[in-house]
Design a protein around this ligand. Structure first.
Ligand SMILES: [Zn+2]
Length: 212
């Protein structure tokens, strides 16, 4: 998938991740403060894996991207290689995003506030990375299941009839448009979710009913 499609999926995953954080009480940060942080960090997590292209083809020529690009290429990476496009590496990072801040706090290495901030940034970044892996699995090139095996897995075949499931074709245009619609619906749900889960929504509806 290309950058604009990855951005759309990063929004979907950030909305879902923020709802889950709230539902499981993983963060103490207010839901509505966490949401914009999650959206921003998820976007970066969703765009960084494709910094593995040759540097002249990387659109966003920032210093952090230059460093990431150099690390990937110095460790023998090219586009969609193990460093950024393996399910196991992404899963390891996601697990670390949950536990590393808590462990650092437990052993008095960071304060409570810093643990919360570190958690939300890392979890947001992880949600974007997971969204990238998921959306690249919707292309026939797929991603690696395990970093040291060259076998790639995808959720779609190479083609069905004339419809090809590679990057930059009608299939990607369909994914982009459908995810944008999902994001509008999910976005509305994400905004009112705390009101629903805390019962405020029912109270408001009752008041409207009484008023009518
Ligand atoms: Zn990719």
């Amino acid at each position: 998938m290309t950058g604009p499609t990855h951005k759309q999926y990063s929004v979907t995953f950030a909305f879902l991740a923020n709802i889950l954080l709230f539902y499981y009480g993983i963060t103490e940060i207010n839901y509505y403060l966490a949401l914009p942080i999650m959206l921003l960090t998820s976007k970066y997590g969703a765009l960084f894996p494709d910094v593995d292209h040759a540097w002249q083809n990387v659109k966003d020529k920032t210093v952090p991207n230059w460093i990431i690009n150099k690390i990937i290429h110095l460790t023998g990476g090219k586009h969609r290689s193990w460093q950024t496009h393996s399910i196991d590496i992404c899963a390891l990072f996601t697990v670390a995003a949950f536990f590393v801040p808590k462990i650092l706090f437990k052993y008095d290495k960071i304060s409570l506030v810093n643990m919360e901030v570190m958690s939300i940034i890392l979890i947001g970044f992880a949600s974007g990375w997971v969204s990238h892996i998921f959306s690249d699995m919707l292309t026939s090139a797929g991603v690696r299941l395990i970093c040291f095996l060259k076998v790639k897995i995808a959720l779609v075949p190479k083609h069905i009839g004339k419809l090809r499931f590679n990057t930059g074709n009608e299939w990607e245009a369909f994914c982009f448009k459908s995810t944008r619609i999902i994001n509008i619906v999910l976005g509305i749900f994400a905004i009112i979710y705390p009101l629903i889960s805390l019962g405020y929504f029912n109270i408001i509806l009752d008041k409207i009913n009484n008023y009518i």
